[in-house]
Design a protein around this ligand. Structure first.
Ligand SMILES: [Zn+2]
Length: 101
């Protein structure tokens, strides 16, 4: 099996509401700021109950790709979102909210 990035059209709010941030070993819930969440069989935040459907990582390059592979093995039911895309879109949304567009 190979890893491939797939483009799709999504509601950024829906992604934001179900996002999990992953690093080397653990997850972070942007909803309640809970850190150090164990990833094995993770479906929702143990603290606030947020349902996770998407994940992303701030790591870049080879290290980032290793996290993608590792996290998808641990959490095959989640979709891995490219951090750059996610930051661009959430940044855009923040600006739009600010100007009420
Ligand atoms: Zn949470």
């Amino acid at each position: 099996m190979e890893f491939i990035r797939i483009w799709t059209e999504k509601d950024i709010k829906e992604i934001q509401d179900h996002m999990l941030i992953v690093d080397d070993k653990f997850g972070f819930c942007p909803g309640c700021k809970q850190m150090g969440i164990a990833l094995a069989d993770l479906k929702q935040c143990p603290q606030c109950g947020r349902e996770f459907k998407y994940m992303t990582s701030r790591e870049k390059g080879n290290r980032g790709f290793n996290i993608v592979k590792w996290a998808l093995k641990k959490l095959p039911h989640l979709t891995f979102v490219d951090a750059e895309d996610y930051d661009n879109l959430t940044g855009k949304k923040k600006a739009a909210d600010l100007f009420n567009v």
